[in-house]
Design a protein. Sequence first.
Length: 432
Amino acid sequence: MDKLVIRGGNPLEGTIRVSGAKNAALPAMAAALLTEEPVILENIPQVRDIVTERNLLASMGAEVELGYGRAHHRTTISCHTLANAEASYDLVKTMRASTLVLGPLVARTGQARVSLPGGCAIGARPIDLHIKGLEKLGARITQEHGYIEARAERLRGGRIVFEKITVTGTEDLLMAAALAEGETVLENCACEPEVVDLAELLNKMGARIAGAGTRTIRVCGVDKLTGTRHRIIPDRIEAGTFIVAAALTGGDLTVDNCEPQHLGALLSKLDECGVHVATTTDSVRIVSGGPLHSADVTTEEYPGFPTDMQAQYMALATQADGASLITENIFENRYMHAQELVRMGANIKIDGRRAVVRGKTPLSGAAVLASDLRASASLVLAALVAEGETIIDRVYHIDRGYERIEEKLRSVGAQIRRIGRLIPERAPVSAE
């Protein structure tokens, strides 16, 4: 099992390039199920979740062609024939986004059998909002042995009001409604940029979708969708992670190939913390300034402060003067990184959904354990400013959502390397 070894103390200087958004690429790949024609997706990040999604689509009969050389971030998906409308547990147990194939499969084939999702252990992500929505569109749903089974001769348009804002639920039902008969109105929708990106892809495929990026989306169903070419938006969470890394370590770092308008809440909060930030149309530059100041953060749905940046901000707060109150409103179990930061010297107290971080505290290198994707990132950031060496175990979590993170950070001055198993496994003893 790979580990990351990081020696802190180096300021980050230079330019670091952001990859495509994993959370936009996954629904885009699922959308290819809606048409018999090839869908070409560009700016696909090379991360573990994308590999899982490719394997999942291939298991259903899709032809998934990978780009090579300069085109290695391009994927062509052809779902001309779908021989198997099932997402098995073995394929999706490590990925929360597996439910995104439920709507497209029912809309295209009239049936689907999808395992309940796996992924990060950061709290409940109920699939019941997906199920209730599909039932509103006429699907018959059963659940047994850890699988959701859905059937419908053809989905019919309807009015769906989400009980709570859900990104994957909005995306799943957006795809299902694209091929449903008649008009579907989705209310209390997620407004995340990844939802807007999916709607743009679907409209290129011939869908009739209006209102993406607002709380109300209208979809006029069509009989057939076509293939297209689409470029995935940059990953705002990866960009945010590198921006916080620069703020923590000092130096002069430019985060390139990003969308600053998707980072409004984070950049506003960093300004409150005393971080000097300059933006262009596609980059953010962070220049070392004075000391960091504490500031309270509350996670909210977009355009609020993203829950996927909460762990990274907690690492920043350990080095800010004063007390920062962090309130996690999206997931109920997303402070698993806090105890690992405490092992490194942080002063953090957890009380339910609230965490109080008192800084500035010196951090020291330690052996720590990554519990989920964004927790992994927070430990990397803390290690960049810690004294001595930090060894981060279970880095397969970070590989789910960050492309070559150690290479990118090393290119701008970080002392970081990946190591494999420290002690090789003993060869099996022959029975002879």
